[in-house]
Design a protein around this ligand. Structure first.
Ligand code: FEO
Ligand code: CA
Ligand code: CA
Ligand code: CA
Length: 593
């Protein structure tokens, strides 16, 4: 309640009550309006969404599935017009296509893929760039926006930086080792200071199937990433996803992708200098000397926190001069020391153990196998590093560590065995300089229910039963330097809760206080969040509403039309549930939070 704001909180909104039901809920005094749903037209000539007759051609002109990262790039410095950039991380076939799910002997079966279905899935992946404008206080897509664009798992891209042209990224379709088709599993991302859109490739292993040829040189490399996992059936129809036929293709994924949104025909670039791993996101900040620093999480249990520092400085007066800044620079991995200090270890070929003797013949080898390089540098294995958000006001950065139930040996930076609810680390770069190679760190929050003593949560005592959360995933720092955190799997920490967006105090006496601003419908996960620069809108992304219903263990309610625990956002029995981006504004206008 508002009375709590008196305790030094930077936030002043009436908290949402935690809970679970078919709808989404925002703090009183705010509107949460659905802006774009899966299948919505992005072009004036795009076909209307017809879920029972979906096609690849239609999907290529419509908003994709499972919106994750959301960014806003103002056009001509306007606050009421800009480009919304949205990642489409993955697809849930059982929720997308009618008639796929059957139940026999208590077991759920999803029908085998067809070529058409795979092509729709590929077109529902990738990203959306769409012009939006605000009229009468409400955001709307601009369907004749000249910059509107869909990027999919088939869009032509260029490998750039140290790995481009290397033998390990050459394939039968691309002997140049530089021309790649598509981007997949784009989780979080970023918008650069020069206004390009960053899409991070995360769980790439699931798209590959088949068996590597016996004794293949990439066997160890792929094992470290879990390739091939065969979660999707793309390899049956597109041989590049079958490692028995195209064994180098997985080396062409797992990168950070940069898109020039001001040219709808630009070729997106896979920026190999930032390393290859399960990239959660790539949020950036301009350091004091003008170089740009990108924070990078590798989301897997016991993997690492990285940052990339550009070699050259950002030029705010010359956009073109910044367009290849990401091809040159230094990638570092973090070691969190017991005494609260932090060391950033450079992944540079020839330095320390990163030599020919250890199988690294060049910087390209170091980048392709960044995880193995980081292992040899003795970086600190973390509890699933997700989004990392720098705060330009303070020289600090916030690391979301979502959970790690497999941790048996706690350490200083990952202090809980069987870490079921995750934690948030605050990094303090030396001299408040984001390029620093040393710093300090402390734990801002250990997540979970503070009322259950054995959980060991550390929210402030001001935090209400609505305010605590588990499984921090995405984060944003708003224009006032305030921290917002969204969750993936908070519902698993308590059956009476969903995921949502929380406002977390990081300064002053209220530090460690969290309060619930928005929560998602049952089965959904909360992504985004993206506050606009003028703080009048918070965009959020509701991912996979209705998935699993209220039964996580048995995927209890996975069918398309029947037994769904929600029909969000259309609440129409002839429409599937749809992931959607929501625009949150204050009733009557004004600043958020
Ligand atoms: Fe796609 Fe790390 O979450
Ligand atoms: Ca994530
Ligand atoms: Ca973020
Ligand atoms: Ca997520």
């Amino acid at each position: 309640d508002r009375a709590r704001a008196g305790s030094g909180s930077a936030f002043d909104f009436p908290e949402v009550e935690a809970g679970v039901d078919a709808d989404h809920h925002v703090a009183e005094g705010y509107d949460a309006d659905v802006l774009l749903r899966w299948g919505d037209k992005l072009f004036a000539d795009a076909p209307d969404f017809d879920p029972e007759n979906q096609s690849e051609a239609a999907q290529q002109r419509q908003f994709g599935y499972n919106n994750d990262f959301v960014g806003f790039i103002p056009l001509e410095s306007a606050t009421d017009r800009g480009l919304l950039v949205v990642n489409h991380e993955y697809t849930n076939e059982h929720l997308m296509f009618p008639g796929l799910v059957t139940v026999a002997d208590g077991k759920i079966k999803v029908a085998d893929a067809t070529e058409d279905r795979v092509n729709i899935e590929m077109a529902a992946h990738g990203g959306t760039i769409v012009e939006i404008h605000k009229a009468d206080g409400k955001w709307q897509p601009v369907l004749d926006g000249k910059l509107n664009r869909r990027i999919t798992a088939k869009t032509q891209m260029q490998l750039s930086g140290p790995v481009a042209g290397h033998d390990r990224v050459k394939t039968s379709e691309d002997p140049s080792g530089s021309k790649v088709f598509g981007t997949i599993n784009n989780c979080a991302g970023g918008v650069t200071p020069w206004g390009t859109y960053i899409m991070a490739e995360e769980n790439i292993h699931g798209y590959f199937s088949g068996e590597l040829p016996e004794g293949h040189a990439e066997a160890g490399n792929y094992k470290r990433l879990g390739v091939p996992a065969g979660d999707y059936q793309w390899g049956r129809f597109h041989k590049r996803f079958d490692v028995s036929q195209e064994p180098n293709e997985p080396n062409r994924f797992g990168w950070v992708v940069e898109v020039d949104v001001m040219d709808p025909n630009s070729v997106p670039k896979k920026r190999t200098a930032l390393g290859r791993f399960k990239h959660e996101g790539a949020e950036s900040v301009v350091a004091k000397d003008g170089r740009v620093v990108f924070y990078l999480g590798d989301d897997e249990r016991f993997d690492y926190v990285y940052k990339f520092v550009t070699a050259r400085a950002f030029d705010p007066a010359n956009r073109a001069a910044n367009m290849d800044l990401l091809d040159e620079g230094t990638l570092y991995v973090a070691r969190f020391e017991v005494d609260g200090s932090l060391t950033w270890l450079p992944l540079v070929h020839g330095q320390g153990p990163l030599t020919q003797a250890n199988g690294f013949a060049s910087q390209a080898d170091v980048l392709i196998e960044a995880r193995r390089a980081a292992d040899l540098l003795e970086a600190t294995p973390m509890d699933r590093p997700e989004d990392i958000q720098p705060n330009p006001k303070t020289g600090r950065a916030y690391v979301m560590l979502t959970n790690n139930t497999k941790r048996t040996e706690p350490d200083a930076a990952n202090p809980r065995a069987g870490n079921a609810f995750g934690h948030v680390i605050e990094i303090l770069e030396a001299g408040e300089d984001f390029t620093a190679t040393t710093g300090k760190w402390e734990i801002l929050l250990q997540c979970g229910d503070p009322a259950v003593a054995e959980v060991g949560a550390t929210f402030s005592t001001e935090t209400t039963r609505n305010g605590w959360f588990g499984m921090p995933d995405n984060a944003a720092i708003d224009a006032d330097g305030r921290l917002w955190i969204s969750t993936d799997g908070n519902s698993m920490s308590d059956t009476g809760r969903t995921d949502g967006l929380w406002a977390v105090d990081i300064d002053g006496p209220a530090r460690g206080t969290s309060r619930l601003f928005y929560r998602v419908p049952v089965g959904a996960e909360m992504c985004g969040p993206c506050p606009t620069g003028d703080m009048t809108t918070m965009f959020v992304a509701v991912q996979h509403p209705g998935d699993g219903g209220d039964d996580w263990e048995g995927h209890g309610r996975p069918s398309y039309y029947e037994d769904l625990s929600t029909r969000w956002p259309d609440f129409n029995d002839r429409m599937p549930v749809r992931p959607a981006v929501v625009a949150i504004t204050r009733q009557g206008g004004g600043r958020i939070g």
